[in-house]
Design a binder for this molecule. Sequence first.
Ligand code: FRU
Length: 802
Amino acid sequence: MSGNMKEVARRAGVSIATVSHVINGTRAVNPDTKQRVLTAIEGLNYVPNAAAKTLKSKQSRTIKIILPKAGFSYYRDMHLALVEGMLEYWGDKKYSISLHQIDYQNEESVTEIFLHTVDGIMVFSPTDALYQSLIQKNTKIPCVFLNYQPEEEEDENFIYIDHFHTMYKEVAKLLKGNSQSIGYLENTESNSMNEECKAAYRSAFSEQGLPLKEELIKSIPASSDGGYEVAKSWLETNQADAIICNDEALSLGVTRYLLEKRKSIPTIFYATHKWGSLYEHGETIQIPCHKIALQASEMLYQLMSKNEEEVPNSYFRTETIKEEPSYHSVEKANRYIEKNKVSPATKWKQSYHITPEVGWLNDPNGLVQFKDEYHVFYQYHPYGAEWGPMHWGHAKSKDLVHWEHLPVALAPDQSYEKGCFSGSGIEHDHELLLFYTAQDDHNKMKQVQCMATSSDGINFKKNANNPLIKNISGEASEDFRDPKVWKYEGHWYMLIGTSKNQDGRAVLYKSSDLSEWEFFSVVATSNGELGEIWECPDLFSLNHTDFLMLSSLELKGAKNVLLVGNFDYETGKFEKQQVRALDFGRDFYAAQTFQDKQGRRILIGWMNIWGEQFPTQKEGWAGSLTLPREIKLDEAGNLRIVPVPQLEKLRSKKTASPLSQVNGQQSPTDIKGNTLEIQCEFEIGEQAPTSFGLHVRKSKKGDEYTEIRYQVDTRELMMNLQHSGKNGKGQSTASLDLLEGNKLRLHLFLDKSSIELFANDGVASITNRVYPKESSIYVDVFSEGGEVIVHQLIGWELENIW
Ligand code: FRU
């Protein structure tokens, strides 16, 4: 495989412009830098310039992109996004790009543009002077001008795109019908740009007949907090139902607010970038820069092709821009992932848990054992380490321990979907079937249920009859998602999370052929106690006891719970007897179960929670799944949730600590590492301590650690995160009785940024993400106010599976 210019620039640690100078000899480059670029070109097998090969045919197969050197950040971001789209378009067509960042005020640099033969030129936001000199020097090469309208007559050989107008027009089209009043937020500092953008915004929006409220145009200094505050005041008082942001810092703040209030977000557009991937956020739509770049390139290409035959007698106007059928695709995502994978050696990248190769992960989806292999899918946004248009990521394993990343399974590539939300998987007739929610912001019926199928378990085809369920029953609301499908006595059932009158509930559909679905029942409701919206519901039984599992952000305490009770297939009703937390940690949500071929009920959760900070975003990724846990009833009928025993395969170096008792002090152990399994058993000594426990991920100096403490009088097990490292705060608590003989048994799994703690053989668990220093590897044991006997304390270093 050969690399592209961007990769060369990244590997050599220089800008794309420098790479271009080295290749084209357009400017003297420092010899060391030049050598780095050449080494990168060689290493990546990049074929720099087709020009050399094609000069004879008078075709260079090169496109020149001209953009200004300096600019306000918004301007620059937009240009980067456009360049990215152009690189993609011309790269696919096997054209080289010669990128010129020039000083528009400097005559000489304009001359440089014509030093090399090119087939076409794209110029970003030229000044009048630049436009004039281009016209004078060049009358034959087809040219696209972005963001420029000549005062005098237009030239037939040129295309002029008012890309601000085009952009806002696209945005307005998307908003139409959904928004009544649109807020517009800009950075005070980008003065000249602001006027240009606002003018385009006003004209494009009024052209589309969309309301513009001048009082909702706000200039404030760029800061995330500023964006947050404005979004808060506008949205809480219902002044705006959409926001357009022209500054990344401001849009970050707006997005932060939206993420926190994830439930009722209006549409927001913002001009943030990530080398061109302008991503969607929450119920948001991107500013379509990337799309405009592709279309502008296509227009240039057509103009170039026409020129080959005859002089064109017409030129293309912005009106000819066509609707892109789909912005996302599985192929595009896979290409992106391949190029942008985060190194597994990164500080907090998990070494034996499933995390995204790059980008964002949330809920586990589609858990299934298919043809003897375990498949895990997950909510995935490859293009940024934050939530965005949802894809389904995919990994598989033979043993639930060693996982292998597979290509993305689903991308939001259909007309009825902006995102492929959570759902489940089953094996049926030798096929792997996935059921998911298609989320479409621009449709009244926002969430509909769909199916995709695969015979190899890797490539999925969306069902031609999708959406399978598109009418919300009167028993549900527009939050209507996360289908869990299973078979019972010849019928298929689909459980869906929803709400009614702001009260969470799960509803059930029934089918005999997986294709026609009928509403069957309201399985259970929150009754004002268990949250406003239920997400990711699941229903299963163990030894004749039934369990309804659900996640709800409005739950107090644990946000992912099990209702224990009875489910009646005749009435479709679940009768609840008690409610139990699945895990007492902060970072446990949206869990899902499946039954494997040994009959075990396996549980995997998302090891994060909405609204928290994600320090790993700095590393280019976010989100981890928990370890697979078995959920079972013991002989006495008590529920236990334990890590699957196969995880023993990860064990490498074993350290057994000789510690035998600890009395009122902290005692170091010989166990160390940042990927560890630890087992220990404590017994209360004759003089009982008030509390005792372990410090893990402790620094040498002792200032960083995560504390696991059992408080004897209150019978509580706690994990305290205050000194855990980055973002260290809070404490998770589980009520827990000691075992017979006043004992406490703990079982821990530490990965590079997580701690999973299981107590008393799965009676309770506490799961949290932690972000310590790499060097915080020590473990000690402590007791306060008395003595504990340590019967057993063993640590294993764990293998890195990636
Ligand atoms: C739960 C959830 C689901 C939804 C998905 C979207 O975390 O909100 O209800 O399908 O995330 O990514």
